[in-house]
Design a protein around this ligand. Structure first.
Ligand code: ZN
Length: 195
């Protein structure tokens, strides 16, 4: 396999990149100054070497615990549960939420073999049971699986004696938090309801 085929194949495996775009990117990298391509290659290697999940919340970080978990200006009594670390970035962009986070690492999806043990559920239960947390905001995506995951967590966390809320609808059903605009996410958080 030629180097161009190799690169095109790798690029085509990225989300949202089809065969045609992969080919265009590969030729762009060949035509661009060598430094540009080297920088891109180094950035890819660096991100894989330096970034890892926060040991407390699962956020992607270069120092663990992450800056959110160690911040003294944030409210440690509220934990917002999200599917992926990228959801944290989306919520942080709104500037409306001052609590902590917990990344599940996905959502319940029995058909794909994803049960509670495949997700960061156990650490969440331990965290919530630790005595500091007073409210858990379930911010899984408004998809069928996201709702089912929220219902499951509600049943699991409810008996621990903390307030459990769900972000309000208004987010497009079936949509991803990650792609929602800041105003919509801020509204959904403000109008969260008891579960
Ligand atoms: Zn953290």
């Amino acid at each position: 396999m030629s180097a161009i085929d190799d690169l095109t194949g790798e690029l085509a495996r990225l989300p949202g990149i089809g065969r045609k775009t992969a080919l265009r990117l590969a030729f762009h990298l060949l035509k661009a100054p060598s430094d540009d391509a080297q920088r891109l290659a180094r950035a890819i290697v660096a991100v894989r070497e330096r970034v890892r999940p926060c040991e407390v919340c699962g956020n992607l970080t270069e120092v663990t615990p992450c800056a959110i978990c160690t911040s003294t200006r944030r409210d440690g009594t509220t934990v917002c549960v999200v599917e992926e670390a990228s959801d944290i970035m989306a919520i942080e962009r709104t500037g409306e939420y001052r609590g902590m986070y917990h990344v599940l690492g996905g959502r319940l999806s029995p058909l794909d073999g994803v049960g509670p043990s495949e997700l960061n559920v156990e650490p969440l239960v331990r965290r919530v049971g630790g005595g500091v947390v007073q409210e858990v905001v379930l911010a899984t995506n408004p998809s069928v699986e996201g709702e089912a995951t929220a219902m499951y967590l509600r049943k699991l966390i409810g008996p621990l004696g903390v307030r459990v809320t769900r972000i309000a609808r208004g987010l497009p059903v079936g949509g991803d938090l990650e792609y929602a605009d800041g105003v919509t996410i801020a509204e959904a958080l403000t109008h969260r309801r008891e579960m």
